[in-house]
Design a protein around this ligand. Structure first.
Ligand code: ACM
Length: 740
């Protein structure tokens, strides 16, 4: 008896938390007994006869496990079983027992999630699936939310169909099941429409401020291929066709349907455009013809129509629009947008679909069957749920994956707000905080039942490349997956952190480029005479190992303590480790005077937090507040300093700011070209250096230097002066030195 108990304990430990490297965390996990499942060339994968859905999933599992598809004899077996598993349409059960594993579900989706879970069990730790032995275990699992979404913005920047397939693949591996595809916006129309070929042929291309042509679109044949590819992986593509605003590309192609508000030179700008569709019958005929083709292409239950950030000044100023409003008894432009959305919704409903839009569509009222994407925070979600609307939580900034993941200079371009992996994990889509002013009104079960799920948005204004988009998505998609799938009770950050290294290893093995912001080692160093005090840290608190002898850090290298003291000029190499393996790339830094006196823009602090962006560009990205070009270097050591150098880039100010344009902080220049003004202690302190911008050239980072005489530790404030916001001068870096 004692021996049996000890044996059970041993097995339970072997299949305990550390071994269940499954993300998202399953609803229930129970260790089993016996030999488990050996995965090798002899492993058979069996499906019920004539079950095409199970056969498709079996093929996907064989690919993931790197095993030959179909039945073999003599080895262990994975058997797919069709049966009801409690927990809804996506529920599944995996039982790994002696030499035989069953994956049971009623639906293809359930079977697929069971297969993904088995693959993750087989790749626990950092091992390839083939040749592994999965310990015995029983997992019964089902998702918390039905909508586990990701938005991909293919309008601002265009991605290849190969990239979208690859994204759908990893969505499946994360048990994410909705891809909201943002196909149209001011900057581009990306969907071929047979009735209006100019939409893609003209609206799909733009000329940037620097004269470059940019564009592309998806043919209907490509779209059908992607929809089928996604469906085979349990992912529903929800098309998003923006209206009534975010419509410049369509209006450029077909001027009669809208008010452009800006000229063609602005087609590549970012921000909120004054462009808006008209509200006459001809425009509705146009839009419903477009949506007719859209519903024919996309079988999704929902059709997204945007509805956000519609600037209605053109409606207000247009006599014909005002006359129509009077005739229809529509009081104001907000009510006009509501009527617009209702008319489009009637068409979508008549085609058997449901409308979903951003939370601005709540303004002016909305039929209860329409669903809302809540991006403004929890208040809107509560208002929507109380009014009977289904809601998808897509709250900014936490679920806006265009925000950077850390302050490391190696982050890809994006928005400047830092949204860490932990921030995403801490977000609970099922518990929006109480709205301001009604602390005694709890969120009721009725409201909660309206929360369809959660979605992260990959807006791509500032992510020009596919590699950028992938890095912004990963590994935060792992946290998104868990907040969408796992119940609040089962969610556990510390446990997630122990499961993450296996997930990062899977990304590496699959060739996915995940970001290093969560695990990368940040080096903070301070000179102290002939030595340097170094603090090494990563966001997740994994142990950090380092070397100072030129070797790569390994599992036997010294562990970094709170502060490591090394001689000035030493090269330090550091990486974070889990279970004896590096989980981050190696950070290498030679800590000599030059390195200690250098800051990239990401290592400076913007003077204000208005619209902070990590802007792409040659020699970038550049962290800047586009409303206020000003940076601080806190507590700079100025002893022995005789000069300051800065790297400056010049970019077009390609932002549509509407009535915010006049709020850009402009500091009067002393010379016609403006200068970088350096002040001591704060931004109203004494000027200690001025670096004229006259010689700054486009397309490069131009180095400038000036004498700077001061001693001691001071905050430095570096601000651009200039008469206009355009062009935008940004700091790439700052360097202090003994002489110019
Ligand atoms: C949005 O970010 N405009 C939905």
């Amino acid at each position: 008896m004692l021996r049996l108990a000890a044996l059970l304990l041993m097995v339970a430990t072997a299949a305990g938390a550390a071994e269940i490297d499954v993300i998202p965390r399953p609803a229930s996990v129970a260790a089993g007994v016996g030999a488990g499942l050996r995965l090798d060339g002899g492993t058979a994968i069996r499906t019920p006869p004539g079950d095409a859905g199970a056969a498709q999933v079996a093929g996907q599992l064989a690919t993931l496990l790197d095993l030959p598809a179909g039945g073999r004899h003599g080895g262990d077996a994975v058997v797919f079983v069709r049966d009801i598993v409690p927990g809804g349409d996506e529920a599944y059960r995996v039982i790994v027992a002696d030499h035989r594993t069953t994956i049971t579900a009623a639906t293809d989706a359930g079977l697929r999630y069971g297969a993904v879970t088995l693959w993750q069990l087989a790749t626990a730790g950092d091992r390839p699936a083939r040749g592994s032995v999965v310990p015995p275990v029983t997992i019964v699992d089902a998702p918390r939310f039905a909508w586990r979404g990701l938005l991909l913005d293919s309008a601002r920047h265009f991605q290849s169909t190969d990239f979208i397939r690859r994204t759908i693949d990893w969505m499946m591996w994360h048990k994410l099941n909705v891809l909201q595809w943002h196909l149209t916006d001011d900057q581009g129309w990306r969907l071929e429409i047979k009735a209006y070929p100019r939409l893609a042929a003209v609206g799909g291309f733009r000329t940037e401020r620097d004269g470059r042509r940019y564009g592309g679109y998806y043919t209907q044949a490509e779209v059908r291929g992607l929809v089928a590819y996604a469906a085979a992986r349990g992912v529903t593509i929800v098309p998003e066709i923006e209206m009534p605003g975010h419509a410049l590309a369509a209006i450029r192609a077909n001027p009669q349907i809208g008010f452009a508000g800006v000229g063609a030179e602005a087609a590549g700008d970012w921000g909120i455009f004054p462009s808006i569709y008209r509200t006459d019958d001809a425009t509705f005929a146009f839009l419903t013809t477009v949506l007719g083709e859209v519903v024919d292409l996309f079988p999704s239950r929902f059709v997204a129509i945007g509805g956000d950030e519609a600037v209605k000044t053109a409606w207000h100023a247009d006599p014909a629009t005002q006359a129509r409003m009077r005739t229809a008894g529509i009081a104001d432009e907000t009510a006009l947008q509501a009527a617009f959305v209702r008319r489009i919704g009637d068409f979508i409903n008549a085609r058997g679909r449901r409308l979903i839009g951003w939370d601005e569509i709540l303004d002016g009222g909305l039929p209860a069957t329409d669903a809302v994407l809540s991006w403004h925070g929890a208040d809107g979600a509560l208002v929507a749920a109380r009014a009977g609307h289904d809601v998808v939580m897509a709250t900014a900034p936490t679920l806006y994956f265009d925000n950077r993941q850390s302050t490391l200079p190696t982050e890809p371009p994006g928005r400047g707000t830092v949204v860490t992996l932990a921030d995403v994990y801490a977000y609970d889509p099922g518990a929006p905080p109480l709205p301001a002013g009604t602390p005694n009104t709890p969120v009721g079960e009725t409201e909660r039942a309206h929360i369809l799920g959660v979605q992260a948005n990959l807006w791509t204004e500032h992510m020009p490349t596919e590699a950028d988009v992938e890095r912004m998505a990963l590994p935060r998609a792992a946290a998104l997956a868990e907040i969408g799938w796992t119940t609040a009770r089962r969610r556990d950050w510390a446990d997630f952190v122990t499961r993450l290294p296996a997930q990062l290893a899977r990304y590496r093995r699959l060739g996915l480029g995940a970001d290093d912001g969560a695990v990368g080692v940040d080096i903070d160093a301070r000179r102290d005479g002939a030595t340097v005090a170094v603090r090494l840290a990563d966001q997740l608190g994994y142990p950090i190992r380092y070397t100072t002898d030129g070797a790569m850090p390994g599992s036997a290298s010294p562990l970094a303590t709170a502060s490591v003291t090394i001689p000035l000029g030493t090269t330090i190499r550091a990486a974070s480790f889990a279970a004896g393996r590096a989980v981050s790339p190696v950070t290498t830094r030679t800590l000599d005077d030059a390195a200690l006196r250098f800051r990239a823009s990401q290592q400076l602090t913007p003077c204000s937090e208005r619209v902070v962006l990590n802007l792409a560009g040659q020699g970038g990205p550049f962290l800047t507040d586009i409303m206020d070009a000003c940076w601080r270097w806190p507590a700079a050591d100025l002893d022995g300093i005789g000069a300051i150098g800065v790297g400056v880039a010049v970019l077009p100010f390609n932002f549509q700011l509407g009535d915010q344009a006049s709020r850009v902080t402009l500091r009067p220049p002393a010379t016609p070209g403006g200068e970088v003004v350096v002040r001591l202690d704060d931004c109203a302190g004494p000027v200690v250096a001025k670096l004229p911008l006259a010689d700054v050239r486009a397309g490069v980072v131009t180095p400038l230097t000036a004498p700077l005489a001061a001693t001691g530790r001071h905050d430095l404030c570096l601000a651009m002066t200039g008469r206009t916001a355009d062009p935008l001068h940004v700091l790439a870096w700052v360097r202090l030195g003994p002489t110019t």
